[in-house]
Design a protein. Structure first.
Length: 94
């Protein structure tokens, strides 16, 4: 009869499953975090007239990466109004 002490420990001890390493997962997470922080920063520095839609809804969209920030930056925000350029006058010298 075989006793429990005769069985090697490798057979009786469950081995943890080996995870596949995905090097892209870390980069994707970092990109999502940067987009989210950038969108929140941009929302805080814009007036209501410069935004299409409500600020609170855009803030919620920031937490739906990567779709929310991408839609915000590409389609649904108004650009800052640009100041008219003042032409520099160059004195004519003779």
């Amino acid at each position: 009869m075989i006793e429990i002490t005769d069985i090697p420990s490798a057979v009786t001890t469950p081995q943890p499953k080996q995870r596949r390493k995905n090097p892209q997962a870390g980069a994707q997470g970092l990109i999502n975090l940067v987009l989210m922080v950038w969108m929140i920063w941009d929302l805080r520095h814009r007036t209501d007239e410069e935004l299409n839609g409500k600020r609170k809804l855009w803030l919620l969209a920031a937490f739906a990466p990567p779709i929310g920030p991408i839609v915000y930056f590409i389609y649904l925000r108004r650009r800052r109004t640009q100041q008219p350029e003042i032409p520099l006058e160059i004195p004519e010298t003779l």
